[in-house]
Write a protein of this length. Structure first.
Length: 150
């Protein structure tokens, strides 16, 4: 009985320590979170934006044609006529790569956005930061990639 109690106590004390070591800035976890970001943009999920974005979030769009803040993105996401990003039919990510340094993760790749006319290919770079075991999106930069004229 004494051995069982000791083992239970040791496992119980080490479990929180093990769980604290699991970082959201693992490459696969970060890619998964970024896919949720893409889905939230498609669905205009204001509550997801509220929980994911830091208060000083910034999103620089194509050639700085517009710049979003957390507040402006959430506000637009609540408008049914435009949604967060123009009510796209789909958002498909490809060639996604991660760079992780300390408590910061950068994710880059391409997103194909279909809004009903010809799909548009965007290059993106997003910066995530881990704070107390949770990842937050700090910044996003997107740029459309012109069609090749070859």
């Amino acid at each position: 009985m004494k051995i069982l109690f000791t083992l239970t106590l040791l496992v119980g004390l080490s479990l929180p320590s093990l769980m604290a070591q699991v970082s959201c800035l693992d490459s696969e976890r970060l890619k998964s979170l970024d896919l949720k970001w893409e889905e939230a943009l498609k669905e205009s999920d204001a509550s997801f934006f509220e929980s994911l974005l830091v208060d000083d979030f910034i999103w620089v769009h194509n050639h700085a044609s517009s710049i979003d803040t957390k507040e402006s993105l959430i506000k637009r996401s609540l408008e049914s006529s435009s949604g967060a990003t123009g009510n796209p039919r789909s958002r498909i990510s490809k060639d996604v790569e991660t760079i992780i340094v300390g408590s910061t993760g950068v994710i880059t790749g391409f997103t194909i956005v279909d809004r009903g006319s010809a799909p548009i290919l965007y290059n993106f770079m997003r910066t995530y930061v881990e704070i107390e075991g949770k990842c937050f999106l700090v910044a996003n930069h997107t740029m459309d990639v012109p069609e090749s004229t070859d």
